[in-house]
Write a protein that binds this ligand. Sequence first.
Ligand code: NAD
Length: 274
Amino acid sequence: STVPEVTLNNGIRMPQLGFGVYQVPEDETQRVVASALEAGYRSIDTAALYRNEAGTGRALAESGIPRDELFVTTKLWNTDQGHDAALRAFEESLAKLGLDHVDLYLVHWPLPARDLYVETWRALEKVYAEGRARAIGVSNFHPAHLRRLTEETDVVPAVNQIELHPRLQQQELRAFDAGLGIATEAWSPLGRGNGVLEDPAVTAIAEKHGRTPAQVVLRWHLQLGNIVIPKSATESRIRENLDVFGFELDEEDMAAVEPLETGARVGPDPDTFN
Ligand code: NAD
């Protein structure tokens, strides 16, 4: 299956569907990422927080896949915010991954109460200028945080990676991102066990198309234009989540997902998470 690519605001192309490795234990990561690459994923989403950058890097190296066919994202953890700390954390992530550049480097959370994200962003601008990150972006940023960044710094984030699934559809934030030319990437795209995959509206659409609920939810994202990074440590699901390019939801299906919105998060609220 060929995964479509999204062109980011600096011209870099990013696969619209990738593989997330949050909560994959370090000793399983190499195997799990290897099976994702074997299945055909080329974009991998890790983070310093996940403590599995080294295993991710080993799988990338041993795959033999040319570096320019891979898209590697990692993220700066909260305790490393601040200009110099961010530069040091970036070096560490590169070393663990065994790479000389990443494709996308993200500020993991804005932490507005600490008020360090503008200064942190200047460090990301530096690694971007040096070509050690082909694109830089943010995660969990709300409009107020994005507005400040764009007012006080030079590089507009390429991506905003946010919690987004049928229970939290993020219509306003998606529109705000789009208005600034920022691509929206959905984390916990399947709702991480919050009942979305068992919802009768979703299972009905799945039955209609002879597909699984996870495939329906991923199609919903793709058709909205979201970048998605589903996670699974199970071989069959890793393949299932990539096999979403042979069918389409119709307007009626898309409309049937809309009422699933409850606003309930599976993760923290970016305005108060500290
Ligand atoms: P997800 O929505 O991808 O759900 C993953 C879980 O869903 C799996 O653990 C499994 O239990 C289940 N699942 C996966 N495929 C399935 C299938 N085909 N059928 C049935 N069940 C299936 O949630 P996630 O792991 O939280 O999010 C995905 C990725 O997003 C993470 O791995 C990470 O890379 C990223 N993420 C980023 C942030 C952030 O703050 N930036 C936060 C959380 C996650």
